[in-house]
Ligand binder design. Structure first.
Ligand code: BDP
Length: 694
C-alpha cells in the first residue's frame, strides 16, 4: 500500500478543473462514517478527511453520522447502512454502488472499493442535494467496464509532431525532457480528475511508437511503473502502446513474425516481466500496418494472427490487447474505387470476425475515415458480432478546432453511441461497446469506450478551459452512454464554477450553455459542409484548405468540379461502401433522397442544385450555414465578454477563453470566406440573398 497524497497537495498552481475545493463543501461539513479497506477505500477516507478539515465536518463516529460510505460486504455496518443492505436485493458489483437517503442519513453501499470511489465522486456531484429529502435506494453501475484515455504522448519531443501528437495543451504530463515527469503530483491529480469523471484506464504513450518510446516496454519500464503508482490510488489502470517490431527493435531478433516461436517467446518473457513489475498492468495498445507502423502484413500474417500472439502473452495475467482497426492504404490511386478509404477498416477486419482471441479488443474509430466532425458511424461496429469491440473517439480536437475553437463534443459522441446500425428496434453502438449487442461479449464484457486525451501540462489542462468539459463528458458517457449532453454540461458547470451556497449564477450557466450546447454543429457549419471532411491544411489539420488533400494519395477527396461535389459511395455507381451497412442503413445511405442531409456528400456526388430535405439547394446550404455559423461565433464572443463585465468567472480563465474566442472568430471568417468563394467560383451560382462573398 502506498501512502495517499492529501488532496490539498493536488490543488497546486494549475487549475482545479471540476474538482475545486468548493465542490467538497457538502461532504466536508458533515459527520461521516467510512467502512471499507483496500487502497481505494483509503483514498476515499483521505478525501473525506481532507474535505472535513477544510469545511468543519468529521469522520469516525457511527452513531450520529449524516453520511455513511461502506462496502456492501462489510460485516459490522452502522444501523442505517444495515437497514439499506437488508432492503436491496443484490451486491451492486465491483464498480457499482447503491445510494439512499433514509431517516436523514445518506447511505452509500459499494460493491467493491472502486464503487466506493465512484460513489464518493457521485456525492461530490450531488453536493447539497445528497443531503436533502429522503429518497429510496438507487443503484448505479457503469454501462461500460472499460473506459480508457489514450495519450498520444511521446517521451521525447518528436521532430515532426512535437511532444504530444495532436496535442493542443502543452507538453506531456507523464514525460518531460525525454524522462519521467518531475511532477508526479500532477499525474496523481489527473488520475483524480479522471476518477471523478468515471474513466478507469490510461495508455501512457503515443500509438506511433518511436524508438525511445518503444523502450518503455523494457529498460524504461520503471518509468511506466512510476506512472502506474501515481494513478493506482484513483483506480486508473495503465496500458502501453507497443511497436509491433519490438522483438527486432529491442530484442535483437531478426523478425517480428507472429508465428515465429522465438518472437512469441520474446513477447511472453517481456510481458511476464512487465507484470512482475506492475502486477495490475492493463495491457497493450497496437497500431499496426497503419501510416508506416510495423505490423503482421510484412510477414504475410493476418491481423488476427498478430493480435492473438500478443493476447497469448497477456492473457495469463488478465491483460488485454487493444488492437486498432485504423488500417488503410495511405498511398491511394483515386481512380481505384475498391481502395476507397472509407471501406478499408471493414474490408480488413470484418472477414476476421470470430478469429480473435478473447483477450483481444478491436478498437474502432467511430467513423470509417478519421475523426472528422461529421462521419457516418463505422460499419465495422455492426459487422463483428464475435469480436470484442471498443469505440474510439477523439477528445483532443484535432479536426474540431484544436482547442482554439469551442467545440463541445458530447452531442457528437452521444449520437454515435445512440446510433442503431440494425434499425430502430435493434441494438445501439453503446450496446456493442458494452458487450450487450448482437453476439454478446466474447471474452466477457465489451471493449468499451476509448478516447484520445486532450490533456497536457497546460495550466488549464486542456489549453482552452472550456475543453475540460469534453474530457469530463467522455468519462460520463463511458459510464452511462444514455446521459443527455446538456445535463452533463450542467454537472460540469456546477462542479467547475461552484460559487458558495447559491450555486452557479444563472447568467453564467445560461451563457455557458449558449456557447457550448450547439458548438459542435456551429463548428460543422462554418467548416466542411454535408459530411465531406478533410478540407483542412495538410499536416497540422488546422484551418481551411479545400484542395489541400485533393490531389494527394491520402484518400480523402471531395471531387468538387464545376457541376457538383461529393464522393459516390453507392453500390450502383460508386465505391460500394454503402453495402457495408446492414439493412436499413445500406438502402438509406444508397439513396440520395433518403440519405440524411448532413451526410449527403459523404455518400453521393450531387449537383450544386440538388435539393436537400430542408428545401435549400446544396450550394445555398453552403452559403447559408457558413454565414450563419460565423455570425454565431461573433455572438458567443460578445456573450462571453458580458460575463466578464459582471465578474462571474476568474479573470485569468476569462482571459484565456476570450483569447481563444478571438482566434475562433478569425478562423471562422477565414473558413467562411474560403469555402464560400471556392464554391461560388466552381459553381458559378451566386448567393440567393446577394451577400458579399470574398
Ligand atoms: C490521425 C492523426 C494521426 C494519428 C492517427 C491515428 O492525424 O496523427 O496518428 O490519426 O489515429 O487522425 O493513428
Amino acid at each position: 500500500n502506498q501512502p495517499v497524497t492529501p488532496a490539498g497537495e493536488l490543488m497546486a498552481d494549475y487549475h482545479a478543473a471540476w474538482l475545486p475545493w468548493e465542490a467538497f463543501s457538502a461532504i466536508g461539513s458533515r459527520r461521516s462514517a467510512i467502512h471499507g479497506e483496500g487502497l481505494l477505500a483509503d483514498t476515499v477516507r483521505r478525501e473525506v478527511e481532507d474535505a472535513c478539515a477544510r469545511f468543519g465536518g468529521a469522520t469516525g463516529a457511527d452513531e450520529d453520522a449524516e453520511l455513511v460510505l461502506a462496502l456492501y460486504s462489510w460485516s459490522a455496518l452502522p444501523a442505517a447502512a444495515e437497514k439499506l443492505r437488508n432492503s436491496v436485493a443484490e451486491d451492486p458489483g465491483d464498480e457499482g454502488f447503491v445510494l439512499a437517503r433514509q431517516d436523514g442519513v445518506t447511505v452509500l453501499l459499494a460493491g467493491g472499493p472502486a464503487g466506493l470511489l465512484y460513489g464518493f465522486f457521485h456525492l461530490v456531484r450531488l453536493g447539497e442535494a445528497a443531503f436533502g429529502a429522503d429518497h429510496p435506494p438507487r443503484t448505479h453501475r457503469p454501462v461500460m467496464r472499460r473506459r480508457m484515455l489514450d495519450h498520444w504522448d511521446n517521451v521525447a519531443v518528436h521532430d515532426v509532431m512535437g511532444q504530444v501528437e495532436r496535442g493542443y495543451a502543452g507538453g506531456s504530463i507523464f514525460w518531460s525532457d525525454g524522462a519521467l515527469t518531475k511532477d508526479p503530483a500532477r499525474v496523481r491529480a489527473y488520475g483524480r480528475l479522471l476518477a471523478a469523471s468515471g474513466a478507469n484506464a490510461v495508455s501512457v504513450n503515443n500509438v506511433n511508437v518511436h524508438a525511445v518510446e518503444a523502450r518503455l516496454l523494457t529498460d524504461r519500464l520503471d518509468d511506466v511503473a512510476s506512472v502506474a503508482d501515481e494513478l493506482r490510488p484513483y483506480g486508473i489502470g495503465v496500458y502501453l502502446s507497443v511497436n509491433f517490431a519490438s522483438p527486432i527493435m529491442l530484442g535483437g531478433l531478426p523478425s517480428a513474425d507472429p508465428l515465429d516461436p522465438a518472437v512469441q517467446d520474446w513477447w511472453a518473457r517481456t510481458t511476464a516481466r512487465v507484470h512482475r513489475r506492475i502486477p495490475d498492468f492493463g495491457g497493450y495498445v497496437v497500431k499496426a500496418d497503419s501510416e508506416g507502423q510495423a505490423g503482421p502484413f510484412a510477414y504475410g500474417r493476418s491481423h488476427a494472427e498478430g493480435a492473438n500472439m500478443l493476447a497469448a502473452a497477456l492473457a495469463p495475467y488478465g491483460g488485454v490487447v487493444y488492437w486498432r482497426a485504423f488500417v488503410y492504404n495511405h498511398r491511394q490511386d483515386w481512380r481505384d474505387r475498391s481502395t476507397d478509404r472509407a471501406r478499408a477498416a471493414y474490408d480488413h477486419f470484418a472477414p476476421l470476425d470470430g478469429q480473435f482471441a478473447d483477450a483481444v479488443i478491436l478498437q474502432v474509430k467511430y467513423g470509417p475515415i478519421d475523426f472528422q466532425p461529421r462521419e457516418p458511424v463505422s460499419p465495422v461496429l455492426a459487422a463483428m458480432p464475435n469480436t470484442r469491440l471498443a469505440v474510439e473517439v477523439q477528445v483532443t480536437q484535432e479536426y474540431t478546432g484544436q482547442q482554439r475553437h469551442v467545440c463541445y463534443l458530447a452531442p457528437l459522441w452521444r449520437e454515435v453511441l445512440g446510433f442503431r446500425p440494425w434499425g430502430a428496434s435493434g441494438a445501439t453502438v453503446a450496446d456493442v461497446a458494452a458487450g450487450t449487442g448482437p453476439g454478446g461479449s466474447p471474452g466477457g464484457g465489451g471493449g468499451g469506450l476509448v478516447a484520445v486525451s486532450n490533456v497536457g501540462d497546460d495550466r488549464f489542462w486542456t489549453g482552452h478551459p472550456l475543453a475540460q468539459a469534453n474530457l469530463y463528458a467522455f468519462g460520463r458517457l463511458a459510464w452511462d452512454p444514455s446521459l443527455d449532453p446538456s445535463a452533463i454540461l450542467d454537472e460540469w458547470i456546477d462542479l467547475t464554477f461552484t460559487r458558495g451556497a447559491d450555486g452557479v449564477p444563472d447568467q453564467l450557466r445560461h451563457t455557458l450553455h449558449a456557447i457550448m450546447d450547439d458548438s459542435w454543429r456551429t463548428y460543422e457549419h462554418y467548416t466542411a459542409p454535408l459530411g465531406v471532411g478533410f478540407m483542412v491544411n495538410p499536416g497540422d489539420h488546422y484551418g481551411p484548405s479545400i484542395d489541400g488533400y485533393e490531389y494527394t494519395q491520402w484518400g480523402t477527396y471531395h471531387f468538387a468540379d464545376r457541376n457538383g461535389i461529393g464522393v459516390d459511395r453507392t453500390q450502383a455507381t460508386g465505391t460500394g461502401f454503402t453495402a457495408q451497412y446492414p439493412h436499413p442503413w445500406s438502402s438509406t445511405y444508397e439513396s440520395p433522397h433518403d440519405c440524411p442531409d448532413e451526410l449527403l456528400i459523404f455518400f453521393h456526388h450531387v449537383p450544386y442544385t440538388h435539393i436537400l430535405h430542408t428545401g435549400a439547394t446544396v450550394i445555398q446550404h453552403i452559403y447559408d450555414t457558413h454565414f450563419a455559423a460565423t455570425q454565431r461565433v461573433h455572438e458567443i464572443r460578445s456573450q462571453w465578454q458580458k460575463i466578464h463585465n459582471v465578474g462571474l468567472v476568474d479573470s485569468d480563465l476569462h482571459a484565456r477563453v476570450a483569447e481563444r474566442l478571438n482566434e475562433q472568430a478569425r478562423s471562422a471568417e477565414e473558413w467562411r470566406d474560403q469555402i464560400n468563394s471556392y464554391f461560388l467560383r466552381k459553381s458559378g451560382i451566386s448567393d440567393a440573398l446577394g451577400r458579399r462573398i470574398y
